[in-house]
Design a protein around this ligand. Sequence first.
Ligand SMILES: *[C@@H]1O[C@H](CO)[C@@H](O)[C@H](O)[C@H]1NC(C)=O
Ligand SMILES: *[C@@H]1O[C@H](CO)[C@@H](O)[C@H](O)[C@H]1NC(C)=O
Ligand SMILES: *[C@@H]1O[C@H](CO)[C@@H](O)[C@H](O)[C@H]1NC(C)=O
Ligand SMILES: *[C@@H]1O[C@H](CO)[C@@H](O)[C@H](O)[C@H]1NC(C)=O
Ligand SMILES: *[C@@H]1O[C@H](CO)[C@@H](O)[C@H](O)[C@H]1NC(C)=O
Ligand SMILES: *[C@@H]1O[C@H](CO)[C@@H](O)[C@H](O)[C@H]1NC(C)=O
Ligand SMILES: *[C@@H]1O[C@H](CO)[C@@H](O)[C@H](O)[C@H]1NC(C)=O
Ligand SMILES: *[C@@H]1O[C@H](CO)[C@@H](O)[C@H](O)[C@H]1NC(C)=O
Length: 473
Amino acid sequence: MAAQTFLKMLALAGSVSASTLYSTYNFNPLEHLAGIAPYFEPQDPSISPDAPQGCVAERAAYLVRHSAIYANDFDFKTYIEPFLEKLDNKTGIKWNRVPDLSFLDDWEAPVSDDEVSILTRVGRLEATRLGVDINFRYPYLRDPKRIWTSSAERTVKAAKSLVRGLQSDEETINVVEIPEGSESGADSLTPYKACPGYSGSTGSDESSKFQERYAKPLVARFNDLAPDFNFTINDVFGMQQLCGYETVIRGKSPFCDLDLFKSDDWLGWEYAEDVRYHYNVGYGNKISGPVGLPWLNATAELLLDNNAGKDAEDLYVSFTHRELPPMVVVAMGLFNNSEFSGANNINETMPLDRINYRRAWKSSNILPFLGNIAIERFNCTDAPGYDDDEYYRVLVNSAPQPLPGCSDGPGTMCSRDGFNEYLEERMSAFDEGFSDACGVEYDNSTDSLSIYTDKSVGNGTAVDKRYNAFQLE
Ligand SMILES: *[C@@H]1O[C@H](CO)[C@@H](O)[C@H](O)[C@H]1NC(C)=O
Ligand SMILES: *[C@@H]1O[C@H](CO)[C@@H](O)[C@H](O)[C@H]1NC(C)=O
Ligand SMILES: *[C@@H]1O[C@H](CO)[C@@H](O)[C@H](O)[C@H]1NC(C)=O
Ligand SMILES: *[C@@H]1O[C@H](CO)[C@@H](O)[C@H](O)[C@H]1NC(C)=O
Ligand SMILES: *[C@@H]1O[C@H](CO)[C@@H](O)[C@H](O)[C@H]1NC(C)=O
Ligand SMILES: *[C@@H]1O[C@H](CO)[C@@H](O)[C@H](O)[C@H]1NC(C)=O
Ligand SMILES: *[C@@H]1O[C@H](CO)[C@@H](O)[C@H](O)[C@H]1NC(C)=O
Ligand SMILES: *[C@@H]1O[C@H](CO)[C@@H](O)[C@H](O)[C@H]1NC(C)=O
């Protein structure tokens, strides 16, 4: 009897260990949604964002993508709207009898044409929260007098939302709008719009190739379930997009259900987008570096400057769109798939017939909504084992990033001399300059960004205080 019980227990223990003991697998599709991921901090790599021991932040600069919007124009027109129209048209389908898709029976579209490109409530919340987080991270830095934003409604609103989280009751922070001109040269927060060599559709062909590869079984599966709908690759891709957009509009979405799309389906969707961004704004596009470099150069200048005048800030914050941060990432040499492999054809690190799971280039971790890059200057007077010195550190979505060729400080930091050398190397890697690399033909182009010091940019306008922040604007 006792032996039998023991055997039973053994069998039970065996089955437990095979299926659940140490099995901590979990998967959150919202962290694999590339450019439409709600803001999250991916801990990639998982280094603590706290100031290293004995170091105090003295200055910092942030480049921030705007936060969540209802839908991007291209995504809406290409994928979402056709899917929604088809849903409206195919009234004969009894969705309530279709497994996994039964929610479509009474599901209503979260977005219409009118709302495209507008910041959602979640978007405002995300940006305000970043303002609070920045204040927590640098309690000793003075509030900025101004922050900068490109002039689109969504970037301006995101900037204002951040100000509401950042500013104290006593101080006012102004928002300065920088026009998104097509002839600004490098002197704007949207320099790619003034770069004739950049096209927003670059990477679509490569991405489509992989879309076909990963979405084919999904199309087959859904057409088995609901043959009358005639699902296409674009429908499937759009449904997965709806997981992201509906979540930042309504707070949740049935399209994120892992019974509908499994983790493999999300990893496929994500990789298709990583391929797109690789060729569009990443290492697969040779103008990424030259377009991203002026922000790095101008910002490094502000942080390094020891004779800064009275207009200098402790904290610089600038808002832009999804294109610029990844281009700055390339200018900085971060998330480079070739860095340790030395592979000299970077495109081969992003094959189109299978996923490179071990890639460094994961757009979800680089450019989610509100994706941000920070450069920080520290004064280290008590860092064990290191000289008292000024050190520099880079964060991407709050995760510290080692700089290629510069690791002579505590943690991922780099000394003032090391940082200067690093900057020189990055500049010489893209020494052709913005205008030549972009093939600019208009007059008065410039290769550098001067909005932070140019007086003619002005002081911007104040933002309503928190207590009336949510009145209609
Ligand atoms: C929906 O139906 C309308 C009217 O029949 C048609 O013009 C339109 O092309 C259809 N749209 C789709 C996506 O099937
Ligand atoms: C299904 O959709 C494809 C692509 O839009 C189209 O070419 C095809 O004619 C459709 N088939 C049916 C049966 O509607
Ligand atoms: C990667 O592909 C792009 C687009 O085809 C091309 O312009 C670029 O030169 C390629 N990069 C390398 C290193 O081969
Ligand atoms: C990426 O890394 C490779 C290997 O270290 C290097 O040759 C290449 O210049 C890097 N690319 C950029 C844009 O920094
Ligand atoms: C660094 O901090 C120390 C101690 O607070 C201070 O004496 C020193 O002036 C600071 N250095 C700089 C460059 O601010
Ligand atoms: C270029 O700049 C000069 C000097 O600021 C100005 O006079 C001229 O009109 C500008 N040209 C164009 C085409 O904007
Ligand atoms: C870098 O910044 C300096 C100083 O602002 C400027 O003179 C130079 O043209 C800039 N170079 C680039 C490539 O941005
Ligand atoms: C901007 O503010 C500074 C003080 O912070 C002031 O000296 C300057 O005159 C202002 N400029 C404009 C254009 O209002």
